[in-house]
Design a protein around this ligand. Structure first.
Ligand code: SF4
Length: 361
């Protein structure tokens, strides 16, 4: 069995806000739990009322959804499966969330998904308090994991070299809190071209910086319009061409995309904690490459700051609003970073443009 590595200053206690239960995410149910849940009162009541509490989708059992897209088992009393059958009968993801695991040669690093407002707030129990619960859920032997990490598409990076690099990045992070996006892009450029002179790095960074709005808005357009290429393109053009656009996903008007810096202490602290735990939690190693992940994180943080500013203006006329910060993190963390597979091609392209430019220097 693997062992867990918990990060300092990573705190979380569930406030039972129900956000994760009502977010419309697809929740897989383990075959071993399907029988138990089908025998529950919660299941039978819903089934009798004409609902489909467990859906079979391409061979996988998923929790059914109610009319607003939330989990059918969630009520104003919380999770009905939890109440009737206990926490251990809930779908695996519901028991683990918002913890994120990264399996490495040194053990399993545990970080927090910032799509959970309690993780953004950063209060509550230290992560290590949950060790016992996590241990019962994660029993895959470490030996089964493979540890092949890539710096860029065609350059591997050894685990120890990555650890050294991470140490350097963490040491710099506390010095660069006012402009986290630039810091992440600079790190990406150094990862892409480790031997570059400072002039070469400056030139690569300028390119990365100039391209960022294109990739950030493209990501937001993909989140907004999953189906149609034309709709995605139109949405992106309006975001870039200073026209502003209505986001159905967020239920509000979005202004033209701009690069923002953290405007207040709470945002600065939350963004810094987010970057720190992404690094220490080894989430940069989740592939496809380290450079791709740094570019994705750079655009992700840029979008958190932009959305936070846009939503703050609408929610509370520009004064700090935790609801805005929480929503900005939810969109970016869930739609872009955690389920970043759909973004992989886009950010590989970002990396590839920079790699080509680095070779030509
Ligand atoms: S979103 Fe976070 S705080 Fe809210 S119910 Fe889910 S785990 Fe708990």
């Amino acid at each position: 069995m693997g062992f867990f590595k918990f990060l300092d200053r990573n705190h979380f206690s569930c406030t039972n806000c129900g956000k994760c239960c009502q977010s419309g995410w697809n929740v897989a149910i383990r075959p071993s739990d399907v029988v138990k849940i089908e025998a529950s009162v919660a299941f039978k009541t819903r089934h009798k009322a004409g609902f489909t509490p467990i859906v079979l989708d391409e061979g996988q059992h998923l929790a059914g959804k109610n009319s607003n897209g939330g989990c059918t088992f969630f009520t104003h009393n919380g999770c009905e499966i939890h109440r009737e059958l206990g926490s251990s009968s809930k779908p695996g993801i519901c028991q683990v969330y918002p913890f994120q695991m990264a399996v490495t040669p040194d053990g399993i690093y545990v970080s927090l998904a910032f799509s959970c407002p309690a993780a953004v707030a950063g209060f509550g129990l230290a992560s290590e308090s949950y060790e016992q619960e996590l241990t019962t859920l994660f029993r895959e032997p470490l030996a089964e994991a493979t540890y092949e990490y890539l710096r860029t598409a065609d350059t591997p990076i050894e685990w120890m070299d990555y650890c050294q690099l991470e140490k350097q990045m963490l040491a710099e992070l506390s010095l660069t809190l006012d402009d986290p996006v630039s810091t992440l892009l600079q790190w990406a450029c150094r990862v892409i071209h480790p031997q570059a002179t400072s002039e070469e790095l400056d030139s690569l960074y300028d390119l990365a910086f100039n391209l960022l709005p294109l990739f950030a808005t493209s990501s937001l357009s993909a989140i907004e319009n999953r189906e149609s290429n034309e709709a995605r393109q139109e949405f992106q053009e309006r975001l870039i061409q200073a026209e502003g656009v209505r986001s159905e996903h967020l239920g509000c008007e979005l202004p033209a995309f701009t690069l923002c810096r953290p405007q207040d202490t709470i945002t600065r602290e939350a963004v810094s904690r987010y970057i720190r735990q992404s690094l220490e939690g080894k989430r940069l190693l989740s592939g496809p490459t380290l450079a791709t992940r740094l570019l994705l994180l750079g655009c992700g943080v840029a979008l958190v700051l932009y959305l936070n500013q846009a939503l703050t203006k609408q929610i509370d006329d520009g004064r700090f609003s935790f609801a805005a910060l929480e929503k900005a993190f939810e969109v970016v963390e869930f739609e872009m970073i955690t389920h970043g597979d759909c973004m992989d091609d886009l950010y590989r392209e970002y990396e590839s443009v920079l790699v080509k430019s680095a070779r030509a220097l």
